[in-house]
Write a protein that binds this ligand. Structure first.
Ligand code: F6R
Length: 261
């Protein structure tokens, strides 16, 4: 795991987008794993800007989103399908046939989860997976006690997650109770993971995810097992980390980050 501390939320999002753009230019057929949520909005804004101003080309890449609410059809304005169309898909030259999200309105949810895993396999696996983190430490919707080897499946959302996401719904009771999510094992299979967390509200959980023991109570801790995982935080999000000087030294000296500093 590597931790990169950026001076501001904007700088953290820009660096995340820069990594995506770099990998996409290196491999136009990149299989990109996507996340939704407030943190990702500025990453998608920056990717759209790079598409418009720097000809960043999405035409040959494929995408797989981490999750979707159960019960919401793609047309629902609160669905992650809708979020992705709003923030990215309708604003860049992506081939919609190559974009994938689980179908939360499928009549057979277990079959849909197996199908989604199959699609990822058929695409050759995910090259770069973007991740946010929930306040209780979830990645995707892998809520506490998610098995560290879990695959795409239906998960019940915790009260903390439903409360956290309630701001996007007209009332708390309308937040779905379940979601389809890639499993922790599915995420660990991705060739590269980039987790972005910004703001004071994420400081405590980021410290646990990066410096705490691996536990299924906090699924983000499983990323410590990943051979190529980068955690990007702003100063506020880094607030609880004990080894900040060490992380800064690595970022300043590691040749891989030349051109990103
Ligand atoms: C969303 C997802 C979640 C979010 C996390 C952070 O697709 O997988 O894990 O990334 O809940 O959400 P925000 O950014 O809204 O704090």
């Amino acid at each position: 795991m590597e931790v990169i501390i950026q001076p501001s939320e904007a700088a953290a999002a820009t660096l995340t987008a820069k990594i995506v753009a770099h990998d996409l230019r290196a491999n136009p057929r990149l299989v990109l794993g996507l996340a939704t949520g407030r943190t990702m909005e500025s990453v998608y804004r920056e990717l759209v800007r790079r598409h418009k101003e720097e000809q960043l080309d999405f035409s040959r890449c494929a995408t797989f989103n981490l999750d979707e609410y159960v019960g919401l059809p793609a047309s629902d304005p609160h669905s992650y399908h809708h979020y992705m169309r709003e923030h990215l898909f309708s604003r860049v030259n992506i081939d919609l046939l190559r974009t994938h999200l689980p179908d939360g309105a499928a009549s057979d949810l277990d079959a849909e989860c197996r199908h989604y895993e199959g699609l990822i396999q058929e695409a050759g696996g995910i090259d770069l997976q973007l991740l946010g983190i929930g306040r209780a430490g979830h990645i995707g919707f892998n809520e506490p006690l998610s098995a560290l080897r879990s695959r795409t499946r239906v998960k019940a959302l915790t009260p903390t997650t439903r409360e956290q996401n309630a701001t996007s719904f007209p009332s708390n009771s309308e937040v779905p109770r379940r979601a389809i999510t890639m499993g922790v094992g599915t995420i660990l299979d991705c060739r590269r993971c980039v987790l972005l967390a910004t703001g004071e509200g994420k400081a405590e959980i980021i410290a646990k995810a990066v410096e705490g023991p691996i536990t299924s109570m906090i699924s983000a801790t499983a990323l410590q097992l990943h051979p190529r995982c980068t955690v990007i935080v702003d100063e506020a999000g880094a607030g609880g980390l004990k080894e900040k000087d060490y992380y800064r030294w690595i970022f300043a000296n590691e040749p891989e980050w030349e051109g990103f500093r």
